[in-house]
Design a protein around this ligand. Sequence first.
Ligand code: ADP
Length: 685
Amino acid sequence: MESREENKQDKPLSLSINDNQSTNHATRNNSLHLVNVLQSITDGFFIVDKKGEILFWNKAAEKMMVKEPGQSLVGKNIWDHFPELSALKEHPDYLKITEQNESIRFREYFPKYKIWAEVSVYPSEKNISVYFKDITEVKRLRRLESLEREVLEMNANPSNGLHTILDYYLASIEQIHEGMICSLFRVENEHLYNWSSKSLPERYLNAIEGIMIGNNVGSCGTAAFNKEKVVVTDIATDPRWADYKDVALREGLKACWSFPIINTQNKLIGTFALYYKQVRVPAKEEENTIERAKNLLLIILENKIAQEDIRLSNQRYDLVAKATNDIIWEWNLETNKVVNANEGFGKVYGYNPEKISANLATWKKWIHPEDFERVVEKRTAILNNPYHLYWDDEFRIINKDGRYYFMYHKAYIIRNESGKAIRLFGATQNISQRKEDEALLIELNNRLKQRADELAASNVELERFAYIASHDMQEPLRMITSFLQLFKKKYEDQIDETAEQYIYYAMDGAERMKKLIIDLLEYSRIGSNKDSFEEVDTNQLVKEVIAVFMNRINESNAVVEVGNLPSMNANKTQMFQLFQNLIGNALKYSSKEPPRIFIEGKEEEKQYLFSVKDNGIGIKPMFFEKIFVLFQRLHHKNEYSGTGIGLTVCKKIVERHDGKIWVTSEPGVGSCFYFTISKSVINFR
Ligand code: ADP
């Protein structure tokens, strides 16, 4: 006997058929009626004499205890016929019944019948009436209820991990329902993972771990996929197990009923399954247990998952708060207390945030007097406006060493139902370094601007000087040339050949000087040229430039080909100078072959691109940059005349049109000069 519960009944019910041998007709009728009643009740009832001989046995008792119904037990000895009941003789109240005729009621588990029975025994002088009823279901329900209470208590204790609770709960259900094997699987990204399945064989669990849910993926895979319960009573024949039955059958698992666990947000979180080693249809009481277990599992899982989420998010918050250089804080506006501040708060301000009251007086002490009013005004306006979700500001705050630091504060505002700000969650950043850098940058910019202004002024001065100088120098030069001519004319007969050569050199020098001065004048004019931009038809302009060189072109049999050039906004005079210098050089630096010159131009997204290509002597790559520097020449004046100013003028013009100039060339083959003119230059500078 596994368990025993007793309940003595004070008021014995006296009933015995053989007690009274009355032959009275009415009494016999009554007894007959009583027998009929006792036969028809659903609880078991029998009468034995004190030796154990069975005197009466009702149908319900027969149904519960006799294997072959219809067999009459009357006259048989109960102890001989039901040896399993002989244990009752050990019952502590056995003697009370047999010797003291006391009524007894007790609850007992009868393993042979697999039932819990509530037994009431009513002894009389000679006989004993026994009344019993099957309370297995009531008992199971009680155990289930107390298990549920126990599990809920475990769940309320945060030190109990989810696995401990699940393992305990499912193992206890298995004890309540003999033969039932419980299994709980978690569904994640449409795959199944074991959560708690202590009684399922390891080999089976390994085989199904991580399988993808789907139609016909066993009971759990299908239940999860369709979010509907799947009751498979025979794994061997059910099509939903076709691909998995071998794995289950080799472990002796023959039936599996699976129930999806769906949370309150209609999200599938797992499957609760019951396996049996027999082909089985769920019994009513099993369905009841399953329903209750499903609901309880949902509570536990949702609660623990939520707890885990909170734990992880707290952990993340703690790590972030530790890792960040920012000060993170929460400010309760109703109590004016700063709560949950990270370590940074104390480090910077030197106060324990929980000990101070963050009221206006404290603010006044902390905030720089120049910032205080502005900060308070802005903050008040934001907090009072229920549509504002954030407050942010930059201001100076005094730290524990009495130094002011520039801090940037940004906080999320929590409001109550009526829109009143009740909390601020914020982060504060020390931006002093940034502020210092900003100030330094502003100062540097100012200095740079000043230098640029000074440079511009000195450039203007220089250009003015160059202009005046070159202009004024022409006069004495003219005097030198004309007096040398006069000298030559007057003393022609008296001077020898050497003197004549000296005069020639002097005049040639003066001539070169004149050219230099003219070029320099041209160069200095670019800066002082006040002509504004206009629409320039470069086709027409290049034609005019070519006309200037007509004689040279004819003399050298040169060919000049011009493509279709774009019109553009530019300074016309300077464009003329630019093309004149480039075409002039292309004609001048020609090889033995007659010059062939190609002029092309096209419009691009942000600029115009031009090229002047020749078949002349070419330039070595090492001089590609040098040729654009003032007075830089690659040849002696005897080879090719020139002053070394032309390309410098080109560069200056192009740069004044926000463009670039460069050359590609191969000595002996030819050169190509490219330049761009920006479209975005609208004012002539
Ligand atoms: P200049 O022609 O008065 O010497 P530039 O500034 O126009 O001065 O040119 C500088 C130097 O670049 C020239 O001396 C010459 O050596 C070289 N150069 C310019 N254009 C060409 C060209 N088309 N082919 C070869 N060399 C060139």
